[in-house]
Design a protein around this ligand. Structure first.
Ligand SMILES: Cc1ncc(COP(=O)(O)O)c(C=O)c1O
Length: 410
């Protein structure tokens, strides 16, 4: 390696800002081994990508308007894509127009921009406990301090939220970040009455709400629950969405709908970050949606993912030891497992990798370092037989780790 003479480590420390390290990224090197069944990542099934439709859409975008697709474009995004997003959201009860929509480079960028716009050094940010690790990473970049708010089977515990807000400890929080529908990592959905209560709290305490909604279209059973932004009093909610889970994450197309003063600020921060999102991908998705029925594609995904979810739930019922519990998500991509008393998910991971299966330990999703007895399993990226085999390997690894009930006898 070339020596430069510049003390890089010391210089990098000087900023006082150390990026949040995602346990999931660190895991990827292991999960890429072909002999490992990875239930770790949050990946869509690659064999379900609409490759032919996307190939045709990219070709058409280049054929019909190469200059538009290859040139610099407007920071808020291509007008036809903003219109398309506004129309899709409108069908779901979120009243907005193209001017309310900012196209982002994945919804991950939307979270980063929202953090820049609404949070700053030392400010308190309310997050669900557990929460999406990528949001913790994005928001931590603003040097915030996280305040964890518990969730249960019906989503965010609004009683705890209200206590936190009413306690008067510290300055008012910068925002509440929530994934209300098929949450990453638990799969839990916030019940309708809780959504009304959260909006009530936000109104009462002047709390900005950030609703991250990548999964709500992936529903396998039950009735849809309206987005926070679609409910009465939801007009101030910052709503973040993505094409990653319904089309392809490699496209890196997300979006945010926000009140105009917030949106204007996000546009300015985006200008500094990347000028605009990939024009070719934007143009291609517009073409794709004109020539194909995206809703029909999503219905196909739901049919396949329902089968995979059912395979995982059945395997867990058949194979997990007494004392383990897990969520039963009506959609999304994840099941959250709580291990029996005495088990530790990080230690279990080492044993699991020996047995060629991977998952993400619960600690990765907790801003406060708790969650050691829980883990996240993904059920969308592998077919049902691999899911069953993966859960069998996990159960065997757990058996290796748990103290034997007969230990100390004879
Ligand atoms: C809750 C949540 N938000 C945001 C993202 C980021 O998605 P993308 O940047 O691909 O749109 C993910 C990805 O897994 C997620 O689970």
């Amino acid at each position: 390696m070339l020596q430069t003479g510049i003390p890089w480590s010391a210089l990098l420390e000087r900023t006082g800002r150390t990026p949040w390290r995602s346990a999931i990224r660190d895991l990827l090197s292991v999960t890429e081994r072909p002999d490992v069944i990875s239930l770790a990542g949050g990946l869509p099934a690659p064999e379900l990508f609409p490759v032919a439709g996307l190939r045709a859409a990219f070709a058409a975008a280049l054929r019909d308007d190469a200059a538009g697709a290859l040139q610099y474009g407007p920071t808020p995004g291509l007008r036809p894509l903003r219109e398309l997003v506004a129309a899709r959201l409108d069908w779901r009860g979120i009243r907005c127009e193209a001017g309310d929509v900012l196209i982002t480079t994945g919804s991950q960028q939307a979270l980063d921009l929202v953090g820049r716009a609404l949070a700053g050094t030392g400010m308190r940010v309310l997050v669900e406990s557990p929460s999406y690790v990528g949001a913790l990473t994005a928001l931590a970049a603003q040097d915030v301090s996280f305040v964890s708010c518990p969730i249960d089977q019906r989503g965010l515990r609004v009683d705890a939220l209200r206590d936190l807000l009413a306690s008067g400890d510290g300055p008012p929080p910068a925002l509440l970040y929530s994934v209300p529908t098929f949450q990453n990592p638990t799969g839990v959905t916030m019940a309708l009455d809780r959504r009304h209560e959260v909006l009530g709290c936000a109104g009462e305490f002047g709390l900005p709400l950030v609703e991250d909604d990548p999964y709500s279209e992936l529903r396998y059973e039950g009735e849809p629950v309206p987005a926070l932004r679609a409910l009465p009093g939801g007009g101030d909610v910052v709503h973040v969405g993505t094409f990653s889970k319904v089309l392809s994450p490699g496209l890196r197309l997300g979006y945010v709908v926000a009140p105009r003063p917030v949106l204007d600020r996000l546009v300015l921060f985006k200008q500094g970050a990347d000028l605009h999102t990939d024009s070719l991908a934007q143009a291609a998705v517009v073409r794709f949606c004109r020539e194909n029925d995206l809703d029909a594609h999503v219905r196909g995904l739901c049919a396949a993912y329902r089968e995979r979810r059912d395979a995982m739930l059945a395997a867990l019922s058949d194979l997990m030891p007494a004392g383990a519990t897990w969520t039963r998500p009506e959609g999304g991509m994840f099941v959250w497992v709580t291990l029996p008393e005495g088990a530790d998910a990080v230690r279990l991971l080492a044993a699991a990798i020996e047995r060629r299966v991977a998952f993400v330990p619960g600690t990765a999703f907790h801003a406060d370092g708790t969650g050691g007895r829980s883990l996240r399993l993904n059920f969308t990226s592998r077919p049902p037989d691999a899911i069953r085999e993966g859960v069998a390997r996990l159960a065997a690894a757990l058996d290796d780790c748990l103290p034997s009930p007969f230990a100390g006898e004879g």
